[in-house]
Design a protein around this ligand. Structure first.
Ligand code: SF4
Ligand code: SF4
Length: 459
């Protein structure tokens, strides 16, 4: 008997995946025999398909018992409470990036108050999860550093047996020595935006050459002082021809990962799409060039990984789920993360509050006067959850990449005015499908040295 699976032709063979997150490549004849229940136990693929839980070769109850742990570990994130709390401590910013999704022109009363910060921390601490992450966002969160400090110290004072990680997304321009010492003391992970070399970064983020040098110096200083520093890259139309220069800048600064991200059609990026946006194929060409170049660098001894590939490879090569909020089913809206806005309103996620900046409050869960339970039970939380279950989405339900992918109700709402996409083969899907096509065709054909690099990325 065969178990349910999805399949897709890749090169000359067929990729099969199932709900347990297992994958196998077979040729056309083997696929035919499998579907017709004709596959001989002597076929060399039989054992692989049985071990991958594609063939039920024992009593169904035994099969269920064997597969249940894999199905559970594939969805492990559902057994935890909300783990990520994003505090938008201000919407003021000191830059003016061409794709900004988070800054508003109306900056009166743009800072979070101590009172709302306290209530937000109380909600975060009442999440049932033992491990939580508090992330500071903006605008530029360092422009309201006193509230950042307050949130860290207050959460430490009431955390009891919880483990709290802290992370700040900052452009680093307002980072003083005093703030840096503070981050070292409280082990705050620093995430900055680096779109590439001076040319690309200054074009995208509208900073001056002197500011770019300052950013490079700050990153060097943070690394020298032993801080945990990572960077994310955002791809505009202007970035597309500069994959090598962008990666070389990361290598020069000693960064060991690069998160290559497509533009999201929200905020200023949506308004300027005709100037800075692109088709999925254009991004995928850029991504493939970057991927190949990164593999080449790793083979030469420079360790640097691409974060999207790394998340997907971890899901593909290990039996554990990865809790990246946008590549899971259901996505992390509300049940995995919440965004506490500068004015005390609470949203399913950072993108949910960005959509609110555009005038659409669909993803508002409540505010800091609500309890954690009120927020989880809010209609917006249930709707976002239901709308991001891949197993029930048109097209995703029979897509071979379902165990490793995710859909975003906020993006659907921004682009189609509905939390469920009516035309699912769109921009985001095409990009994820393209990245997964690339990864699986590598896993199928790559040499041992490349495989070692891919396994290291998955660690
Ligand atoms: S979003 Fe696209 S690639 Fe991802 S599972 Fe759905 S159909 Fe497949
Ligand atoms: S709604 Fe979109 S942005 Fe929000 S958690 Fe889900 S996938 Fe992420």
């Amino acid at each position: 008997m065969i178990n349910y699976f999805n399949f897709k032709k890749i090169d000359d063979d067929y990729l099969l995946t199932n709900d347990m997150g297992k994958y196998v490549f077979v040729d056309k004849n083997t696929l035919k025999e499998l579907i017709n229940n004709d596959l001989s136990p002597n076929n060399e693929k039989f054992r692989e398909l049985k071990d991958g839980l594609f063939i039920i070769d024992e009593h169904p109850e035994v099969f269920l018992e064997n597969s249940a742990p894999y199905a559970a570990s594939n969805k492990m994130y559902l057994f935890e409470g909300t783990g990520l709390f994003i505090f938008v401590v201000t919407k003021r910013c000191n830059l003016n990036c061409i794709y900004c999704q988070a800054k508003s022109n109306d900056c009166a009363d743009a800072d979070m108050t101590f009172e709302d910060a306290k209530k937000g921390v109380d909600i975060a601490i009442s999440s049932p999860g033992r491990y939580i992450t508090i992330e500071f966002q903006g605008g530029e969160p360092l422009l309201n550093f006193d509230v950042v400090k307050y949130i860290i110290e207050y959460s430490q004072s009431i955390k009891k047996d919880k483990h709290i990680d802290y992370c700040i997304a900052t452009n680093l321009f307002a980072l003083s020595d005093e703030v840096l010492e503070y981050f070292i003391k409280y082990k705050v992970n620093i995430s900055t935006s680096l779109d590439g070399n001076a040319d690309v970064h200054m074009f995208n983020r509208k900073c001056r050459e002197a500011d770019f040098s300052k950013l490079e110096n700050q990153i060097a200083e943070l690394k020298y002082r032993g801080c945990s520093i990572s960077a994310i890259q955002t791809t505009t139309k202007y970035s597309l021809k500069h994959s090598v220069e962008i990666i070389d800048e990361y290598v020069t600064l000693g960064l060991n990962s690069i998160f290559i991200r497509p533009l999201t059609k929200l905020g200023a990026a949506k308004e300027r799409w005709h100037n800075i946006g692109y088709e999925p194929d254009e991004f995928l060409d850029f991504y493939k060039q970057s991927f190949e170049y990164l593999i080449k660098l790793n083979k030469r001894g420079t360790e640097i990984k691409e974060v999207h590939a790394s998340i997907m490879l971890r899901k593909i090569l290990s039996d554990c789920s990865d809790n990246y909020m946008e590549l899971r089913s259901p996505c992390g809206a509300g049940i995995g993360q919440m965004a506490i806005n500068y004015n005390g309103d609470i949203y399913t996620c950072d993108e949910g509050r960005m959509l609110a900046e555009m005038g659409n409050e669909a993803f508002r869960l409540g505010d800091v006067n609500d309890t954690y339970n009120d927020l989880i039970e809010a209609p917006a939380c249930k709707a976002a959850c239901a709308a991001s279950v891949l197993e029930s989405q048109l097209r995703c339900c029979d897509c071979v990449y379902q165990p490793f992918c995710g859909v975003c109700p906020v993006i659907n709402m921004a682009n189609e005015n509905d939390i469920i996409s009516k035309s699912p083969r769109q921009y985001r899907c095409k990009i994820y499908e393209g990245i997964l096509d690339l990864i699986f065709s590598k896993l199928k054909t790559c040499d041992a040295e490349t495989m070692t690099v891919l396994k290291q990325w998955a660690l």
